[in-house]
Design a protein around this ligand. Structure first.
Ligand code: CNA
Ligand code: ZN
Length: 309
């Protein structure tokens, strides 16, 4: 019989220390990186809030679609019609990645600490920013569920373009209309493939409507062996990434670290209805993981990371 931890952060820390918890899986989302200065999609002020369909779309039909649901900016069929909205929204991301502008947060480091303690079995991240790797986490423990920005290829023929060549073209070919010319007419600008000439070159992030990496589906069954699942900084609305929470066993403890409670429609239960779910409360990911670090006595690990001090 597994010991029953109390359903709060302290109980989770006790469970992690107890030796009974041997296998931790993690699912992260954009909220894990907002502390590094990267906006998420759905929070107020996030990317969907700052989208301006009138500037980035060429036709009224596209504008209407984007207003109805900003998710269209990362839809496959929209990208094939007009590459500009995707490239424009991703632009600060792409150039920020090249300049290594963002630094891993305490939340990213916490996953590395779990690995150091031999507890981390897998980190599923929906993020495309690659910040996880800055901590030196073993790449084989990380699944980029929605792909990654760090590599670039053609959606038509698969040709891989060197990242720096792509960034040079983003600077010159893709208009920075939000910052430089907010009155510029919407027009498509894109990057042509050096091999097949299709205007379909983009970072290897998974567009809605495209399939996820096959390894993601292969790894889902492993979740059955999890003693603890940590879900951090995700609205849990994007499927099938959100199905991670359903693949763990019925008695697996689930710690939800998110400013608001999420995943009720997926069976996560809060407060008096909770049987194995813990919500860290209305705090940021970094605050919650700092609390956990203190409870676990892992402060020395943090002291080694200069930019966090
Ligand atoms: P989302 O739908 O924007 O949800 C983010 C969640 O995090 C929300 O519930 C917020 O309340 C919560 N949140 C935001 N900041 C914090 C914080 N500091 N502490 C705690 N909670 C916070 O994003 P999801 O990841 O759920 O959606 C999946 C999409 C978003 C994936 O396809 C990503 O590729 C995509 N995305 C990624 C990035 C990135 O790589 N950093 C940025 C923006 C969007
Ligand atoms: Zn091509």
């Amino acid at each position: 019989m597994k010991p029953r931890p109390s359903l709060d952060l302290a109980g989770t820390a006790e469970f992690l220390k107890s030796g009974a918890c041997k296998s931790v899986y993690v699912l992260t989302g954009a909220g894990a990186s907002t502390g590094a200065g990267i906006p998420d999609f759905r929070s107020p002020g996030g990317m969907y809030d700052s989208l301006r369909p009138e500037l980035i779309t060429a036709t009224e039909a596209q504008r209407k679609r984007m207003r109805m649901d900003p998710v269209n900016v990362v839809m496959k069929d929209m990208f094939f019609q007009n590459q500009f909205p995707y490239l424009e929204v991703r632009r600060p991301f792409i150039l920020g990645t090249q300049q290594q502008q963002w630094k891993a947060t305490l939340t990213h480091w916490f996953m590395r600490f779990l690995e150091e303690e031999g507890l981390l079995k897998r980190l599923f991240t929906q993020n495309i920013d690659g910040l996880d790797y800055q901590t030196g986490i073993s790449p084989e423990l990380v699944t980029n569920v929605h792909g990654s920005l760090a590599r670039v290829s053609c959606e038509g023929c698969g040709y891989e373009m060197p990242f720096d060549d792509f960034c040079a073209q983003v600077r010159t070919n893709v208009k920075d209309i939000y910052r430089t010319d907010p009155t510029a007419p919407a027009e498509s600008s894109n990057i042509n493939c050096p091999r097949c000439n299709a205007p379909l070159v983009k970072p290897n992030t998974v567009l809605f409507g495209s399939s996820l990496p096959s390894e993601f589906f292969e790894q889902l069954d492993d979740l059955n062996g999890a003693d603890l699942l940590i879900v951090a900084g995700t609205s849990l609305v994007v499927s099938p990434a959100n199905s991670v929470v359903m693949y763990v066993a019925k008695d697996c403890l689930r710690l939800i670290v998110n400013k608001e409670p999420v995943g009720q429609d997926l069976g996560i239960r809060y407060g008096k209805d909770a049987t194995r779910d813990v919500w860290a409360g209305e705090v940021s990911c970094d605050e919650a993981f700092l609390d956990l670090i203190k409870m676990l006595g892992w402060q020395d690990k943090v002291r080694k990371i200069k930019h966090l001090l």
